[in-house]
Design a protein around this ligand. Structure first.
Ligand SMILES: [Fe+2]
Length: 244
């Protein structure tokens, strides 16, 4: 049961507002392409995304921070409460994916807030999932082949991202996500959060194996190799990435 009362969120500070808001973005994006996605969860995820892109920057701007009490914006808080709940309804039915598998371990090993950990990995995971011919694909009884690129592109269009090809639309979606992250004060790389390079590399293989074993991995549309998880972590650490 969830008690969805935006008044309870009115005084959430900026950090909590941005981390929990961007976490909901990743809930929507993972539910959307999950092997267990349905028409019902797609509808929830897409509408939720649209609301978050509109209202999260407002909710963030009105949030209190050190030395600033903030300016209440009940409408933005209410829309974000609804959007985050809809994202929860989407992923409670469709499940999540490898972004959450990796974020769970990144947060646990390196003490990053859950939403921030997801934010740092989602660009990588979108690009990874877009492959039309992955070496291994996810399996589920209702899932016949990867339609991930088309589904991201459809969501991108719904959010107003334009492009000639599906690949262009997905790149525009990633750009839109990056702009949202910038607006709500999320840094670009794992390294930017002060995670020590030597310690990160030391723990990387162990973290990759644990991420692979996470319960969210099974719903991802592209079944990852441990070496592919490692590459995504490295890209997210150093801030390098390939186009779709
Ligand atoms: Fe999450």
């Amino acid at each position: 049961m969830a008690i969805v009362d935006p008044d309870l969120m009115a005084s959430c500070p900026k950090g909590l507002t941005s981390a929990s808001g961007i976490d909901a973005v990743t809930h929507d994006l993972e539910a959307l392409v999950s092997v267990m996605a349905t028409d019902y969860t797609d509808a929830m995820a897409k509408q939720s995304l649209k609301m978050i892109f509109e209202y999260l920057p407002r909710a963030y701007d009105c949030a209190p921070s050190a030395g600033d009490a903030g300016t209440p914006d009940p409408d933005a808080r209410e829309k974000m409460a609804n959007a985050a709940t809809m994202a929860g309804m989407a992923f409670a039915n469709a499940f999540l994916g490898v972004c959450h598998s990796m974020a769970h371990k990144l947060g646990a090993y390196h003490h990053l807030a859950h939403g921030v950990a997801n934010a740092l990995l989602i660009d990588e995971v979108i690009r990874f999932n877009c492959s039309e011919k992955p070496p291994k694909m996810g399996t589920f009884s209702q899932y016949d082949h990867p339609k991930t690129l088309a589904k991201y592109a459809e969501a991108a269009e719904y959010l107003g991202c334009r492009g000639k090809t599906d690949e262009d639309k997905v790149e525009a979606l990633i750009k839109k996500i990056d702009e949202l992250k910038t607006k709500i004060g999320i840094k670009k790389t794992i390294k930017d959060y002060g995670v020590d390079e030597k310690y990160f590399l030391e723990k990387l293989d162990e973290m990759c194996e644990n991420a692979f074993d996470d319960q969210c991995t099974g719903a991802n549309p592209r079944y990852p190799l441990i070496s592919e998880i490692k590459q995504m972590y490295l890209n997210a650490y150093y801030g390098r990435s390939d186009k779709v």
